[in-house]
Design a binder for this molecule. Structure first.
Ligand SMILES: Nc1nc2c(ncn2[C@@H]2O[C@H](COP(=O)(O)OP(=O)(O)OP(=O)(O)O)[C@@H](O)[C@H]2O)c(=O)[nH]1
Length: 689
């Protein structure tokens, strides 16, 4: 029930210690016979790939353990490390030459194997059970608190980030054409390139150390997790979906979801009673359930949602992350940001006479929200026909609303009829959210079970008898989870950033790929590197997350100024492009003035709102066939589909083509507080700012 406020005060130690004791940890670190054999083979492969590089067996095996026996990744990592050590050694030599000698300061990030090591601050390497004892070099401190690491050490060479199978070429690039030689790299341990002292020693928990992995996370990180396998196991258990609740202002979105959360046992009776008392005090008694999601003083005082409220709940077969979007037209940018994270939506409409109509007319948000949701990729839409208590549970009114909305949603908003489900309900009384009223057991508009039953509501059993369909919860329990791009490069769009305990906290949704504690990631724009120190999915501490998850990451080695709302966190070997100029295919909404070249817009992409212009009208397109109707049109009228070019006025933002990412390749264009078009990115025309 938060916009991540509750996690801002978390004690990082509590998180790290959560249900994970040292015994479990030692158990996890034991290598099976199969793993030992795998380790021996992989070690030989990496040795062969690295040629004469000065790397110890232990370092190779550390890397292999961390990268889950991925030979390519381990080898590239080790080459990266060698290059870094070389740089540091050169810098240290230069410093030594230019200054008088000073005692080494504890906690300084000195790489393993350099001659002037600082005294160990943390001894974190552990071996799996049965491992031979480590050499002296193995005891070197390799993990530092992020405060100890100058940000400069987290700057990575972009050219060196192309992991993959062309290792030889990369090695050559890094060393200026030659394979790393004994001369070019700092001396590590053995004179012959490989330190055989650790040849049969399976290595322990510590991940490779070159990136300043934080100490506490590292000590409990264990070996690198095979996230794809773990993800498949999780999905087999229960699918996860991001659900956004949208609709015209005051349609009853927060009340409906707050009541549903209460009935599902996600909010306790004590909290609801308190909300009832407090809401009554300020003359807003009817908003008690809405306060479950509307948490700020201003939202409560004004009786409207302003920001996107985020919480989680489960049904029998699904795990939901719930995003409660604001309905007021002033907060459409927040609504877009919330809906961009959603897989499915509940559109709440007010059945009250006159209210449905004002939400549905040209100035209302019912149509705009539905169009935006569809344009942002939502395909399954549950329409909650709410406040049916106000119209006496009238079947005729329900059918009238269904007919009007269905026509619009299918014809104008391009929803498939099969993707639409209409559910009559009352968020206030709770009717048909989780259960139906029966004689002697009436939903009465209060969470308090002993509150008097409103006689008008009591008649619901009779007047609502016509409805034989599923409840709202039964309906959403059947929604399909979309296919997630778990195996694509990691992408997370940031929706909130704040200084957390132990690092920079970045909240958002994983659009693609996966991430785990200890991983180095890149922040775009800016190409800054950071390390994932900690993470939560739906407020629960976890060690990995995958596409579709709403995540809170704690990042170390980065300044808060380098991450902002709208940033995209990416795989360091496959960063997202940033651009100010791109081509898009757009659908023009119900505009009053036709779009011409130079038309100013505010472009919404995930949590970014950037001013720009439509810089070129390339062609109009037949929506059905995709064929060009007219090249270089002079203007675009309502309902036109067209190819255009868009230029942003200011900074470059991270953007992908729709072909590469359905989530990060969509844009919304607004002007003067109205949505004028929605589109998909077809080509990036300039890279960088
Ligand atoms: N009678 C009745 N009133 C309702 C129902 N649902 C909500 N309300 C009332 O409608 C008002 C607005 O409810 P909210 O839940 O704040 O509406 P909202 O759609 O979340 O509002 P925004 O997020 O600001 O757009 C409150 O007074 C609610 O008590 C319902 O099913 N029946």
């Amino acid at each position: 029930m938060s916009r991540h406020r509750n996690v801002r005060n978390l004690d990082i130690d509590d998180v790290l210690d959560d249900g994970y004791d040292d015994e479990d940890y030692a158990e996890e670190q034991a290598m099976t016979a199969e793993e030992q054999a795998q380790m021996a083979d992989a070690t030989e492969d990496v040795k062969a790939m690295l040629g004469n590089a000065k790397v110890t067996i232990k370092e190779i095996q550390d890397a292999l353990w961390y990268y889950y026996f991925d030979i390519d990744q381990a080898a590239v990592y080790l080459l990266d490390e060698l290059a870094k050590k070389q740089k540091t050694a050169t810098a240290a030599a230069a410093k030594k030459a230019s200054s008088t000698s000073r005692p080494a300061q504890s906690g300084t990030a000195t790489p393993t194997g350099t001659s002037s090591k600082p005294a160990p601050a943390h001894k974190v390497k552990e071996s799996p059970k049965g491992a031979a004892s480590a050499t002296q070099d193995d005891d070197i401190v390799e993990f530092l608190d992020d405060e100890d690491v100058p940000p400069s050490q987290l700057q990575f060479d972009l050219a060196a980030m192309n992991f993959g199978s062309t290792l030889k070429t990369q090695a050559a690039k890094k060393t200026g054409g030659a394979t790393p030689s004994a001369k070019a790299t700092p001396h590590l341990s053995g004179g012959d390139g490989f330190d055989r002292s650790g040849a049969v020693t399976p290595v322990g928990s510590a991940p490779p150390s070159g990136i300043s992995t934080p100490s506490k996370a590292s000590t409990k990180m264990g070996k690198r997790i095979d996230v794809v396998t773990e993800y498949q196991k999780r999905v087999a258990e229960k699918e996860s979906l991001n659900l956004v609740v949208i609709g015209h202002v005051d349609a009853g979105k927060s009340t409906l979801m707050g009541h549903l959360l209460y009935l599902q046992g996600e909010v306790n009776e004590k909290t609801i009673r308190k909300h009832e008392r407090d809401a009554q005090k300020i003359g807003k008694a009817s908003f008690a359930f809405a306060w479950v999601l509307d948490e700020t003083g201003e939202e409560r005082a004004r009786g409207i949602t302003m920001d996107v409220g985020v919480t989680k709940f489960e049904t029998e077969h699904r795990r939901f992350t719930l995003l409660d979007a604001p309905g007021h037209r002033d907060f459409i940018p927040n609504m877009i940001s919330g809906t961009a994270q959603a897989d499915v939506a509940i559109l709440v409409v007010d059945a009250t006479t006159g209210e449905f109509e004002s939400g549905f007319d040209a100035n209302g948000q019912t149509k705009e929200h539905a169009l935006l949701a569809r344009s942002l990729g939502v395909q399954q839409l549950v329409v909650a026909v709410n406040k049916l208590d106000v119209v006496g549970w009238s079947e005729a009114r329900f059918q009238e609303i269904v007919a009007k909305l269905e026509h619009f949603l299918v014809k104008d908003a391009s929803f498939k009829k099969s993707g639409l489900i209409f559910v009559p309900c009352s968020g206030f009384t709770g009717e048909n959210l989780v259960r139906r009223s029966k004689t002697g057991q009436i939903c009465n508009g209060s969470a308090v079970s002993n509150a008097p039953v409103d006689p008008a509501v009591a008649s619901v059993v009779e007047t609502f008898a016509w409805y034989k369909g599923p409840t709202l919860i039964q309906t959403i329990d059947k929604l399909d989870a979309p296919t997630r791009a778990v195996e694509k490069p990691f992408r997370m769009s940031v929706t909130d950033v704040f200084k957390g305990t132990g690092g920079v906290s970045a909240a958002g949704r994983l659009e693609a790929g996966h991430v785990q504690i200890g991983e180095a990631i890149m922040v775009m724009p800016g190409s800054e590197m950071a390390v994932v120190k900690n993470m939560e999915v739906n407020d629960e501490p976890t060690r990995w997350a995958a596409a579709g998850d709403s995540v809170l990451l704690t990042l170390s080695g980065i300044d808060i100024l380098q991450v902002s709302t709208g940033s995209v966190l990416c795989a360091r070997d496959a960063p997202i492009p940033v651009t100010t100029h791109f081509a898009a295919q757009i659908v023009v909404f119900d505009v009053k003035i036709p779009i011409t070249v130079g038309f100013p817009i505010i472009m919404h992409h995930q949590s970014h709102n950037e001013p720009g212009v439509i810089s070129k009208l390339v062609a109009t397109i037949d929506k059905g066939t995709g064929e060009v109707v007219k090249k270089n049109p002079r203007h675009l009228g309502k309902n036109t589909t067209a190819m255009v070019e868009i230029r942003l006025n200011g900074r470059a933002i991270p953007l992908e083509t729709f072909k590469d990412s359905k989530e990060l390749g969509r844009v919304m264009l607004r002007k003067g507080g109205e949505t004028v078009a929605a589109g998909i990115v077809t080509k990036i025309l300039s890279f960088g700012s």
